[in-house]
Design a protein around this ligand. Structure first.
Ligand SMILES: C=CC1=C(C)c2cc3[nH]c(cc4nc(cc5[nH]c(cc1n2)c(C)c5CCC(=O)O)C(CCC(=O)O)=C4C)c(C)c3C=C
Ligand SMILES: [Fe+2]
Ligand SMILES: [Fe+2]
Length: 341
């Protein structure tokens, strides 16, 4: 994708003139999601996602036949049925909430062009950057909607940016690495938990469930689990929770190797077996509701908790496009622009 230089170099001095604020754009990036809750669309999505070497590290020659010959044919129809259970009138929850959140952030940054993009599928990152360039942006801040850095997610967005930048070296890019303990986001999460308690009553535990990754990656230096625990500790402190009132678990295991522990489903089964009447679950690593929160937690794990002998699993929705979330992220973006001098 060719991107002509949008900045002029001063002929006399050769120095780069400082850019007017209006040439700074924002690209909000999320994971991606199928275009429809059908086996064909889910298969297309998973084929791209699970071909990313950041996500699956099995050697290509082994992985390709396994992925296309076994995993996709079996998994796509099964997962499509799950998507169908949570699909919204306007599309996949992840797509709908990501678009709304990006728009809400944009409303809070007058004069800053804002676009959103998906790492896998549509709208693509290259199209998002092109749209911002066409709207006059001379440089772009990229905000991946991953509060905690992981090689499997954040670094994969960086990979995509690096590939695009080869053809578009003239467009300076800066990426937010992580915002795991951002005070505004943590306060917004705490307010949403309190509001949920006020409206629906309070459970005996607050379980904070994060997406898992293989333990092997953490052992190799991925800071993801440390940052998940930092988010959880900050949220527990903001809520004034004491020891034993909250716990951290990891969900959505994929494949057979050891993932981060403890697992959300196994923990809920144990809590159910002790006869707990009610557990509240919040997913602070997911800025937008998606299959993993709305189906896996709110439907599947709620049923599992009940079947094990527990009572109600009360799922506390993600921040999505809540005003406090957009306020916090717009403030974070404004600070990044200020620092980018
Ligand atoms: C913090 C966010 C995420 C991390 C880290 C992450 C790692 C990771 N995920 C898989 C495999 C799958 N994840 C799937 C869905 C999914 N994952 C995230 C976020 C993180 N993943 C989100 C937001 C979603 C939901 C997407 C949606 O459309 O709603 C899926 C697809 C569903 C399924 O087939 O079960 C897979 C597969 C791995 C292997 C991994 C780290 C190695
Ligand atoms: Fe995932
Ligand atoms: Fe899942």
């Amino acid at each position: 994708m060719p991107m002509p230089a949008a900045t002029a170099r001063s002929a006399e001095t050769g120095a780069e003139p400082s850019l007017p604020a209006s040439t700074q754009g924002l690209l909000v990036v999320n994971l991606g999601t199928p275009q429809a809750p059908t086996a064909a669309a889910v298969r297309r999505y998973l084929a791209e996602f699970l071909s990313d070497p950041r996500v699956v590290q099995v050697p290509r020659l082994l992985w390709w036949p396994l992925l296309h010959g076994v995993i996709l044919p079996l998994r796509a129809p099964r997962v499509a049925r799950k998507y169908a259970q949570v699909w919204l009138d306007d599309g996949s929850p992840l797509a709908v909430y990501t678009a709304r959140l990006a728009a809400a952030i944009g409303e809070r940054l007058p004069g800053v062009p804002v676009a959103h993009a998906m790492r896998y599928g549509e709208p693509g990152i290259d199209a998002g950057l092109r749209a911002l360039r066409d709207r006059g942006c001379g440089r772009v801040l990229v905000l991946p909607l991953y509060p905690q850095y992981s090689t499997t997610t954040t670094a994969s967005v960086a990979d995509a940016l690096a590939r695009i930048a080869k053809d578009a070296a003239e467009l300076p890019l800066r990426m937010v690495d992580q915002y795991s303990t951002d005070a505004g986001v943590v306060a917004a999460l705490a307010d949403s938990v309190r509001a949920h308690w006020q409206a629906h009553g309070r459970g005996e535990r607050l379980l904070m469930s994060f997406h898992g990754i293989p333990q092997r990656l953490v052992d190799g230096g991925d800071p993801y689990s440390t940052q998940c625990h930092a988010t959880a500790t900050a949220l527990a402190a903001a809520l004034g929770l004491g020891h034993g009132e909250w716990l951290v678990t990891f969900q959505s295991r994929f494949g057979r190797e050891q993932w981060l522990q403890p697992a959300t489903d196994a923990t809920l089964r144990l809590l159910g077996e002790t006869g707990l009447g009610r557990v509240d679950v919040v997913c602070p690593g997911f800025p937008a509701d998606c299959l993993e929160t709305l189906e896996e937690i709110a439907l599947q794990n709620a049923a599992l908790f009940r079947a094990a002998g527990g009572g109600t699993l009360a799922y506390i929705p993600c921040l999505n496009d809540a005003p406090a979330h957009a306020d916090a992220l717009a403030a974070l973006v404004a600070r990044e622009f200020d620092a980018w001098r």
